[in-house]
Design a protein around this ligand. Structure first.
Ligand code: ATP
Ligand code: MG
Length: 617
């Protein structure tokens, strides 16, 4: 498991709070349910599982992504849950690629999934984390194809499977409905010998795709449609990313998954609720194989929890692929996408996902989490971890008429107000500064406390200014503000308390500022439930979710940064005072030429303006 210490500050009191999955695990451990299991950590059929010490105190979970896309925020919940449980119970969590489908699966996805799980702070390789060298629990389901075929032949031999030769359409037609039983296939009573011969010929590639399928022989009248003789093997003349052209039959996911779990000695197979109806078939497969002595008891137990759903995003690979392929975003790692590679580029910290997963918890009831809750968690983690810096995003020139031209002095600013041990840095001050355009008003509105002619306001870490006027261009736009500084008012000196002012502005000096591209990211969708026709009903998807894209989800600006930011390393996060959290872009930013992405604003500007679309500024 990960050696990365869980910072006590980052873990809420509820971290160890219990949930129904923990209850199941605790009861199983107490009852010694898995004490009889022989641990090997190596997958293999029964005969090969016998090595390894008995270890009743351990559990084994797994995260089983199909490598057909990039991981998204929902996967992060599953990863944190599975790896987190293993961590908390002194067990192990496997990373297993569920790559039984030859189409759609690619190495690019495998690599990125490995990267993202590591980035989230978890590990499946004990040697790599410095723990007792030994298990490396990275697996590929496609390595089990030999066993899956062998087990299928056992099911044929024991009368539990048959070769179906009806077309897919005919099979569908005889499957029945929720209220009507299905009809037995005319091929259901084939002899064991005939089934075996046909299945072997399927494996040899003698038939075209779809000519036959192998079906489990269970009950065409079962109330659970998933038990009406489900397909377990199909013919696919397709090349596989791992096994190449070795196979032309491939197992169905529902048959393969329980076998993968059993071969890896998984104790608790945790998945999302849509698999609940498949659980009887999951158990059926394992029971038949255990009866035949091909698998050892105790068998893995499938446990379902409800998926993570969040407002303002979509969490389905199909839709994410659409957004990428149709160019609505710039690739899988676009900072607006709810992929983990996108989140990383956006500056969402991995610790934020772990904390968020703890907080949303697990249950079996469908829930929709407010996106704000995720953002608040990220803010909370960044507030702790990010150093403070100053940046002016919408610059207006300010001239201090009584400050000598060509002179400058240092002002000291704390790197982190909550962590004095991080020290202070010097920000150069001079006669000409950049301030935010919104920090000056020629004709102030009521309650405006910042700069306007005649008013006093403080420049943070520096002096109090008296505004004396401004300059306009030919269109009447303000192009410079003129002020005088009060030399005895410098922050950190006794005179600083002589002036009571309400406005407190940030600034950078024109002579020293570093120019930078800053990308102001906002939510990708403008509505809480993209594509949903009626508010509050996530099932109603008749409208096109793409119609709900937020046209202002990105704005690129040129900003002025304090000189200390010039050396920002890619992926370094900062709080830009008064603006929010920003990260140096991991792709485009260079030391000396930074590019920043806005991770999240300081406050939730969406909640503050209900029904309004935020402009992105
Ligand atoms: P999608 O439905 O988005 O296409 P998937 O379920 O097909 O995703 P898999 O690669 O099969 O993607 O998922 C790997 C694991 O992640 C599974 O155990 C799955 O249950 C879990 N998972 C996927 N989406 C979510 C989610 N929104 N919340 C929690 N767990 C999820
Ligand atoms: Mg899936």
């Amino acid at each position: 498991m990960s050696k990365e210490p869980r910072s006590p500050a980052a873990i809420p009191a509820a971290a160890a709070s219990t949930n129904f999955i923990r209850n199941i695990i605790e009861a199983d451990l107490e009852a010694g349910k898995h004490a009889a299991r022989r641990w090997s950590g190596r997958p293999g059929p029964a005969a090969q599982q016998l090595a390894g010490p008995l270890d009743p105190a351990r559990i084994r979970t797994r995260f089983p992504p199909e490598p057909n896309g990039y991981l998204h925020f929902g996967h992060a919940k599953s990863i944190c849950l599975n790896f987190g449980l293993a961590q908390d119970f002194g067990g192990r969590c496997h990373l297993r690629f569920d790559d039984t489908n030859p189409e759609k699966e690619e190495q690019e996805y495998v690599d990125s999934i490995i990267d993202s799980v590591r980035w989230l702070g978890f590990s499946w390789d004990e040697a790599a984390t410095g723990e007792a060298a030994g298990e490396n629990n990275l697996y590929f389901a496609s390595n089990y194809f030999d066993w899956m075929v062998e087990f299928a032949e056992y099911l044929i031999a024991s009368g539990h499977a048959y070769v179906e030769s009806q077309s897919a359409e005919e099979m569908r037609g005889s499957r029945g409905t929720l209220t009507e039983a299905g009809i037995d296939s005319p091929f259901r009573e084939r002899s064991v010998e005939e089934n075996m011969e046909l299945f072997r010929r399927m494996q040899k590639g003698e038939f075209a795709d779809g000519a036959h399928v192998l079906r489990a022989k269970i009950d065409m009248a079962s109330a659970n449609i998933n038990l009406r003789d489900p397909a377990i093997y199909r013919i696919r003349h397709a090349s596989h990313h791992n096994t190449g052209d070795r196979w032309c039959v491939y197992p169905m996911y529902t048959y393969a998954h329980p076998i993968e779990d059993a071969l890896e000695n998984i104790t608790h197979s945790i998945c999302t609720l849509e698999f609940a109806d498949q659980r009887p078939f999951y158990d059926w497969v394992l029971e038949r194989l255990a009866e035949g002595g091909l698998l050892q008891r105790p068998l893995p137990q499938q446990i379902e929890f409800s998926r993570l759903n969040l407002t303002y995003i979509v969490l389905s690979k199909r839709r994410l692929i659409q957004l990428v392929e149709e160019g609505h975003v710039n690739g899988w790692d676009d900072p607006r996408l709810p992929t983990l590679v996108g989140a990383r580029r956006r500056g969402y910290p991995a610790a934020g996902f772990r904390l968020f997963a703890e907080r949303v918890g697990v249950s079996r009831s469908e829930s929709l989490i407010e996106y704000t809750q995720l953002e608040d968690t990220m803010r909370e983690v960044l507030n702790e971890s990010a150093e403070r810096r100053v940046a002016v995003l919408d610059p207006l020139r300010l001239i201090i008429d009584n400050y000598p031209a060509g002179e400058s002095e240092d002002c000291l600013a704390p790197n982190h107000p909550l962590k004095p041990e991080l020290g202070k840095r010097a920000i150069p001050f001079g006669r000409e500064l950049w301030i935010e355009r919104e920090d000056f008003m020629e004709e102030p509105s009521k309650g405006y406390h910042r700069l306007y002619p005649g008013n006093l306001a403080r420049l943070r870490y520096a002096y109090v200014l008296r505004c004396v006027g401004c300059e306009h261009d030919e269109n009447g736009k303000v192009i410079a503000v003129h002020c005088e500084y009060l030399p005895d008012s410098k922050s950190g000196t006794p005179g600083a308390d002589n002036y009571k002012v309400k406005g407190n502005l940030h600034w950078v000096s024109v002579a020293d500022a570093c120019p930078a591209e800053v990308r102001l990211y906002d939510r990708l969708f403008a509505v809480a439930l993209p594509g949903a026709r009626r508010e509050g009903d996530p099932e109603d998807l008749e409208r096109d979710f793409r119609d709900d894209l937020n046209p202002n989800s990105i704005r690129v600006i040129q900003a002025w940064l304090e000189p200390a930011l010039k050396g920002a390393r890619p992926e370094e996060s900062f709080q830009f005072e008064r603006h929010g959290y920003f990260v140096a872009d991991r792709v485009d930013s260079r030391e000396g030429a930074p590019v920043f992405n806005r991770t999240v604003t300081l406050r939730d500007s969406w909640a503050a303006r209900p029904g309004q679309r935020q402009s992105g500024g």
